[in-house]
Design a binder for this molecule. Structure first.
Ligand SMILES: [Zn+2]
Length: 244
């Protein structure tokens, strides 16, 4: 069940069954020569919607621009200041709390968002305390950290996974959007690794945008396996969180 495809009476009825909502959160940022700008938001959204369809879970709109300052050397990347993201997530949470939601599960698709999401959750808790409002509980999970998913990634891509523009995330978008599969000559085939600082330094260290990865390994079959495994683990974790 998706919020943006529901009517208000349907959401009102859902609230009599559950006070928990699942919100995909990602980024709009370069993912190398073959990865989609929307990869991080799309992966979280695809997995969340699969879980939502399987288990009567309400899936909110995707928070699809995040912390991508270090990718700003590449056209198409969009980013929010941390303070903007914290303010926006707090307003999303306040809106949902006003309608009676008590559990917000943020399914994240971009590692660079993690610190800011944690700060936003702290801000959301402050809002409730200062307003004397009913408590709201948040859970923040990266999709690749759901139980069983990291092992599956290691099995599918024992070499070349890297840490940005990875074959696993690109496989998921290839599975969900076969008409948007991109091809390019990758040189070197395995991208360099190293630390991440700001946008200019990133572009010098990682000239085509990849970090340590070989996304030519990506394939839709692997994407299907990853979506199935992640969505099934997500249903279990969401249900436990919603009931807690
Ligand atoms: Zn990514």
């Amino acid at each position: 069940m998706q919020l943006h495809l529901s009517s208000w009476p349907e959401v009102e009825a859902y609230l009599t069954r559950s006070k928990a909502i699942l919100i995909p959160i990602g980024s709009t940022e370069q993912h190398g020569p073959t990865g989609l700008l929307g990869t991080d938001a799309l992966c979280a959204e695809i997995i969340a919607r699969r879980a939502g369809d399987a288990a009567d879970i309400l899936v909110g709109p995707t928070f699809n621009v995040g912390q991508a300052q270090h990718h700003m050397g590449f056209p198409g990347t969009m980013t929010l200041r941390p303070s903007t993201m914290i303010a926006a997530m707090t307003d999303w949470a306040n809106s949902l709390r006003r309608h009676g939601f008590e559990r917000l599960y943020w399914l994240n698709g971009h590692g660079g968002n993690s610190g800011t999401i944690s700060a936003a959750v702290t801000a959301i808790y402050h809002e409730a305390t200062f307003a004397g409002a009913p408590a709201l509980r948040c859970l923040n999970r990266n999709w690749w950290e759901l139980p069983g998913v990291a092992e599956l990634i290691r099995n599918l891509f024992p070499a070349g996974e890297g840490s940005h523009a990875t074959p696993s995330e690109i496989s998921i978008t290839q599975y969900a959007f076969p008409d948007a599969v991109k091809r390019a000559d990758l040189s070197p085939r395995l991208a360099p690794g190293g630390p991440v600082y700001d946008a200019d330094d990133f572009k010098r260290r990682f000239p085509d945008g990849r970090i340590g990865s070989d996304p030519s390994l990506a394939n839709p079959e692997a994407g299907e396996k990853l979506v199935n495994a992640a969505a099934s683990a997500l249903v279990t974790e969401f249900k436990t969180f919603a009931a807690g």
